[in-house]
Design a protein around this ligand. Structure first.
Ligand SMILES: Nc1nc2c(ncn2[C@@H]2O[C@H](COP(=O)(O)OP(=O)(O)OP(=O)(O)O)[C@@H](O)[C@H]2O)c(=O)[nH]1
Ligand SMILES: [Mg+2]
Length: 236
């Protein structure tokens, strides 16, 4: 199980003033108040592009970031709901677990998992998947429900055409991993303990938080994925 070194710098503007994405330090305790709205956790190794995504959905713009400290929360109005996006810096397991005392069993949540595919590094992919599987299994162990999982293959602006092939391999490995989790789901069918989310999808087509490609699609999918059928019908 991997833990990553703490960084000290919260997300800031290039000017050095506080960023649009406010960082909250909580080294020892869970958040003081229960966040309102639907929850979406943003996970992924350091540098995968989580804060950049948060800046994008908050301001619509690209903004240079610094590594996040601990975690970072943004409430984003979307359609007729508010989605509470919580970035877990470096996908730190402890900080992820600290979010859960406020979630009642079977609370519906969404996960967005960011992977930097720009270097085509198999080590990054495998480590990312290890963290993703940990998160899914931990959510299940807390009897919460992942309604929606989006896996974002980020930084594709840095890929040339030569990476198209390897990118397909990455997509294949991710699909295999998700399918590998299915036996869990079958065993636990009656217990409403789903390891595999009710719905999951890969964002693999040219996605880049730098250029903004795919950002709106990701936000829309989280918004739709976190709602129940009844809630979605109420929207119409
Ligand atoms: N070229 C390119 N750079 C990106 C993209 N997304 C993020 N970056 C850059 O990658 C670096 C890290 O991005 P962050 O959003 O801070 O990464 P993070 O996942 O929040 O990292 P931690 O907070 O350490 O967990 C920054 O310099 C970003 O500008 C992208 O799609 N393309
Ligand atoms: Mg960050």
């Amino acid at each position: 199980m991997k833990f990553f070194k703490y960084s000290t710098c919260p997300c800031r503007r290039e000017s050095g003033k506080s960023s649009c994405v406010s960082a909250i330090s909580i080294p020892t305790a869970a958040p003081p108040t229960a966040p309102t709205g639907s929850r979406c956790f943003i996970l992924g190794l350091s540098g995968a592009g989580k804060s950049t995504f948060l800046c994008r959905i908050k301001t619509g713009k690209f903004q240079e970031t610094q590594p996040t400290e601990d975690y970072d929360v943004q409430e984003i109005p979307f359609s007729n709901q508010t989605i509470n996006f919580t970035e877990i810096a470096r996908s730190d397991r402890r900080n992820f677990r600290l979010q859960f005392p406020h979630l009642t069993p079977l609370s519906p949540i969404a996960l967005l998992f960011f992977i930097d595919v720009s270097r085509g590094d198999p080590g990054v992919i495998m480590e990312s998947l290890e963290e993703l599987v940990y998160a899914l299994e931990y959510v299940r162990s807390r009897e919460c429900q992942v309604r929606y999982l989006g896996i974002v293959l980020n930084k594709q602006d840095l890929l040339g055409d030569r990476w198209r092939g390897p990118l397909q391999v990455v997509e294949g490995v991710i699909c295999e991993t998700m399918e590998g989790l299915l036996p869990w789901q079958q065993v636990k069918q009656d217990a409403q303990e789903l390891v595999v989310p009710l719905r999951w999808e890969l964002f693999g087509d040219g996605v880049s938080m730098k250029t903004g490609a795919g950002v709106e699609r990701i936000l829309r999918s989280v918004g739709a994925g976190i709602m129940t059928k009844e809630e979605a019908q109420g929207e119409k």
